[in-house]
Ligand binder design. Structure first.
Ligand code: GAF
Length: 382
């Protein structure tokens, strides 16, 4: 967690609202494997990181609430009884959505002020949105003694995303951001919404992210389309979610579904299995197998689920061509953002530099390298 971020939001809050705020840090996340499995009730393997959103919040004694996005230097005032979604893509939807979903649970939220700032670049696929939603619900729970459990809070954040942002996301991002444990990744069962922590110490290997610094448009609608394709195949199979299907089940209805949707469902079933196998590989300290599963995950996301893009594929190809990288894949919703790489510690810097040069030559733009630390979930900063 960056103390600079915390100090920035605190100072701005005090200068603007002339009162002492509570301070919250809410992290973004990585995901080792298990992509697009969460809304299929499947398994994912995320971890909270040391980058995220810092928020300063306090009750307001006026009839107006104010939200101040310090990164964008953008401020908005709003009335709590008149909340509705702003235009698509507006940052305030994350805040309005959380407040509205708390109200829907018949919990009384009073007026409040918030200043927030983050160090996850938008579109990186590291869940800056879940981090923001969680910071707001966590802060409001504190300020107004709402008595919400962390599980209730993440469901509020998820609904905010569904109903105010318009992305029918699963629960992975909100869960990882809220429940993160330092130095651990969480094997999360998205049906029970319970997780098992795995201490991550890859000895002479480490995880490294490379951000393509691109986010292709239409990613939200493509995401929602994928989700409904999965749901309709589950319905056809007569099961609650694709998590309950085997490849044999799917084979039996192959001629009843479009070939592209068959491939998508097959990807989900296989990826769910990969997430479980990856947890076993980590338990056995078998990094070769983990790396192979990670490469296979990308292959499925690229060719079967079709949520990758040229920039991501290029970076994964760079990883494949480098003997010091055991696995690499796109991470998050797709169509841009980061690759996650399992790379030898001694060669990580050199690989990052070589991939950056190659990327610049190919696309005439820069990628960014992040070395992350697995960190604690959403918390108050004293
Ligand atoms: C996005 C969503 F928000 C998650 O719920 C998850 O589906 C992910 O894409 C893909 O695994 O981050």
């Amino acid at each position: 967690m960056s103390t600079i971020l915390i100090n920035d939001v605190k100072t701005t809050f005090i200068n603007t609202f002339k009162t002492e705020p509570i301070l919250i840090f809410s992290p973004g996340r990585i995901n080792i494997i298990g992509e697009h499995t969460d809304y299929n009730d499947g398994f994912v393997f995320p971890a909270a990181v040391d980058k995220g959103i810092a928020a300063a919040m306090q009750k307001s004694d006026t009839n107006i609430s104010t939200a101040y996005a310090l990164d964008k230097d953008s401020r908005i005032e709003f009335e709590l009884d008149k909340l509705r979604p702003s235009a698509e893509g507006s940052w305030e939807n994350y805040i309005f959505g959380v407040v509205a979903e708390i109200q829907n649970k018949n919990k009384a939220v009073g007026n409040f002020n918030i200043v927030f700032k983050g160090d996850i670049p938008g579109g990186a696929g590291m869940s800056s949105s879940a981090a923001l939603e969680n910071s707001v619900v966590f802060g409001l729970n504190e300020l107004f003694n709402l008595g919400l459990t962390k599980h209730e809070m993440i469901l509020i954040s998820q609904k905010a995303e569904h109903n105010y942002v318009g992305v029918k996301c699963g629960i992975m991002d909100q869960y990882a951001s809220m429940f993160g444990i330092k130095d651990n990744a969480l094997l999360l069962d998205c049906r029970t919404v319970e997780s098992k922590p795995y201490k991550i110490d890859f000895k002479d290997h480490q995880l490294m992210l490379i951000n393509t610094n691109v986010k292709h448009s239409l990613s939200d609608s493509a995401y929602n389309d994928r989700r409904s394709a999965c749901e309709s195949i589950a319905e056809l199979l007569g099961i609650k979610a694709l998590r309950d299907a085997t490849e044999t089940d799917l084979e039996a209805i192959k001629d009843k579904v479009l070939p592209e949707n068959y491939q998508k469902a097959l990807y989900v079933i296989q990826e769910n299995n990969r997430a479980i196998r990856a947890s076993k590989a980590i338990e056995a300290n078998d990094l070769e197998t983990l790396g192979t599963l990670i490469f296979q995950s990308h292959n499925g996301l690229q060719h079967q689920y079709k949520v990758s893009c040229d920039e991501l594929d290029f970076l994964v190809d760079q990883a494949k061509a480098n003997d010091h990288v055991l696995g690499a894949r796109m991470m998050g919703g797709g169509f841009g953002g980061c690759t996650i790489n399992l790379v030898s510690k001694s060669e990580a810097k050199a690989f990052g530099e070589a991939a950056s040069i190659a990327y610049k030559n190919e696309f005439d733009k820069a990628c960014s390298i992040y070395f992350i630390k697995l960190s604690e979930g959403t918390h108050l900063v004293k």
